[in-house]
Design a protein around this ligand. Structure first.
Ligand SMILES: [Mn+2]
Length: 331
């Protein structure tokens, strides 16, 4: 992976807008927050722009008040940094036009978009790439200006990066967790991160609606192909009945993959887009099943063991499409 273009772009830009994909998760948001904070340490004018409502579970990350929901129209940006985003269609609304974009990402399947692309499909998280990038930015900066702070990795930069890594590796458990991942984790703890605080916020502070939703989900699980596929379907009415929202569904699909013998877990849910209901597809796999390839047949993408898509159509229509793709894989 060649960092130099990204390093140059960050060092040369004066006003930088940091953003990430719609409905940000900890990896996307943590990465964007860390970059913005680090750039401020370099006396850059850095802003974080996230127009979507924030998942309350991520509000513990440092400086949530710095996240802007609307773009200041009078500002001119030299660079837009977009983290953890594989497709142009996942970009947030309202990014400034005509400004070069630096994309930092680790997804296997992706659109070719952005003027500068820093992509490592081997990285377990975007956060890990960001840590390597910021090291190089500060190294390069030190070469030109001796007054730069030597210890750039302060606690408020380390914590969002740690949250990004922990979330995307399921707490250093998933495939993709490498020696470097754990070394990065150790370094972030040395920088002052409290690991119990981060994992408590990410994994253990469920709203009641999420518990009720999980119970309903497990109750409705269908096992297909002799128990190799766990299938979940969530109509909008179910979310509403349980007092849950889309954010609370995040990660619940993992329960399908926990069942012994399951190679692929599938979750379909009705997603409100504003003007209509679309269907979101979430996939988790193990062993020889390639989630990203399966999601790609429905216009989505992701990683080998975790992928998704957003599909236009009714739940019944999308289910039929998914079932016929499954036939190809499992028959
Ligand atoms: Mn990610």
């Amino acid at each position: 992976m060649n960092f130099s273009e990204a390093v140059d772009a960050l060092l040369q830009a004066r006003a930088i807008l940091c953003s990430c994909h719609q409905r940000p998760d900890a990896d996307a948001l943590g990465s964007a927050l860390a970059i913005a904070r680090a750039l401020k340490h370099l006396a850059k004018d850095a802003s974080v722009y996230i127009p979507d409502p924030l998942n309350p579970a991520l509000a513990f990350l440092p400086h949530p008040d710095e996240i802007q929901r609307a773009l200041p129209t009078e500002r001119d940006f030299d660079l837009v940094v977009v983290t953890d985003t594989a497709a142009r269609s996942l970009l947030p609304e309202g990014l400034p036009k005509g400004v070069p974009q630096l994309i930092i990402d680790h997804h296997l399947i992706h659109d070719d978009f952005g003027e500068i692309v820093l992509r490592d499909t081997e990285a377990a998280s975007t956060g890990e790439i960001v840590l390597g990038l910021l090291d190089r930015v500060f190294d390069a900066h030190l070469e030109v200006r001796s007054a730069a702070p030597a210890a750039w990795l302060t606690q408020d930069i380390a914590e969002p990066i740690y949250a990004a890594i922990v979330a995307d590796t399921g707490g250093f458990r998933y495939a993709g967790t490498k020696p470097e991942t754990l070394r990065a984790g150790a370094r972030l703890l040395e920088a002052g991160v409290d690991p119990a605080r981060v994992s408590e916020h990410l994994f253990e502070r469920w709203p009641l609606g999420r518990f009720r939703l999980l119970a309903a989900l497990l109750d409705r699980m269908e096992l297909l192909y002799g128990g190799r596929v766990a299938y979940f379907e969530v109509p909008r009415a179910l979310l509403e009945a349980k007092g849950a929202d889309d954010d609370m569904l995040d990660g619940l699909i993992n329960y399908g993959r926990m069942l012994d013998g399951v190679q692929l877990a599938i979750l379909l849910w009705e997603f409100e887009t504003g003007e209509r209901l679309d269907v979101k597809l979430s996939l988790r796999s193990r062993a020889e099943i390639d989630s990203a390839a399966l999601a790609a047949t429905l216009g989505g993408g992701g990683h080998r063991y975790a992928a998704g898509a957003r599909v236009r159509g009714t739940l019944t229509e999308v289910r039929a499409r998914v079932m016929s793709e499954l036939e190809e894989v499992f028959r």
